[in-house]
Design a protein around this ligand. Structure first.
Ligand code: SF4
Length: 226
């Protein structure tokens, strides 16, 4: 929860409010079943949204059930997801992750994570192959509306530039700091709006600071001015 007196909380409040004023406050909507979300997120690693969607569609077209994916030769799964890139790595990870889910849950079902404490649920997911903190948090946040903060490359960069986390913070440290500072209902809109701002304005190589509405509150910008 947020501590009103802390500088970090006040900075986060300002950034959250300005982002929501500019981009709107996205409302959470379920993006599919948690297992679909998990497989989709593994597929999305190191590739674009377009390639991910194409690979996911192609996987579901080739193998209508998750049992079919497990039973298929890995080479056939590789062929089905080739458009997503790194297919040779992702195919065995997806098969093994599905096997583990089936073994531990008795089916392709992650609904037991809905009521588990969020750190335990994240740890459960991170025991699956190819699942790190970012992927686990995406699954928890997007498919179950759990209070997990997913830190992708945009969120990591902007959080540090804006001073929401120390400049040398790892993605997992950023995740911890934001989860400890922000109210749970902010985590989804904050994630979405930081990504929007990272794509549109605060780009990795050339951030458009002169036209950025966050410049008065940005540590990176104020440091660069002196
Ligand atoms: S002022 Fe510059 S560094 Fe700061 S958020 Fe805006 S674009 Fe990013």
């Amino acid at each position: 929860m947020m501590h009103p007196a802390s500088g970090a909380a006040s900075r986060l409040h300002t950034v959250f409010t300005l982002l929501a004023g500019h981009y709107g406050q996205p409302v959470w909507r379920r993006r599919g079943d948690p297992v679909d979300q998990l497989v989709g997120t593994i597929l999305s690693q190191n590739t674009s949204d377009v390639n991910t969607e194409q690979a996911f569609r192609s996987l579901r077209a080739a193998f209508p059930t998750w049992q079919d994916v497990i039973d298929a030769p890995t080479s056939a799964v590789v062929a089905a997801i080739r458009s997503g890139g790194l297919a040779n790595q992702k195919a065995p990870r997806i098969q093994q992750a599905l096997r583990q889910i089936q073994q531990q849950s008795g089916s392709f079902d992650l609904s037991h994570l809905v009521t588990m404490p969020v750190d335990e649920a994240r740890a459960w997911l991170m025991r699956l192959p190819g699942v790190g903190a970012k992927t686990a948090s995406i699954v928890l946040l997007f498919s179950m509306q759990r209070p997990a903060f997913a830190v992708d490359t945009h969120v990591h960069r902007l959080s540090r530039r804006l001073g929401l986390a120390p400049a040398n913070a790892t993605p997992e440290r950023v995740m911890r700091i934001i989860e400890e500072t922000a109210p749970a209902e902010w985590l989804y809109p904050l994630h979405i709006n930081l990504i929007r701002h990272g794509r549109a304005v605060c780009k990795a190589r050339r951030p458009r600071c002169p036209t950025c509405f966050l410049q008065d509150h940005c540590l990176f910008f104020s440091t660069a001015q002196h």
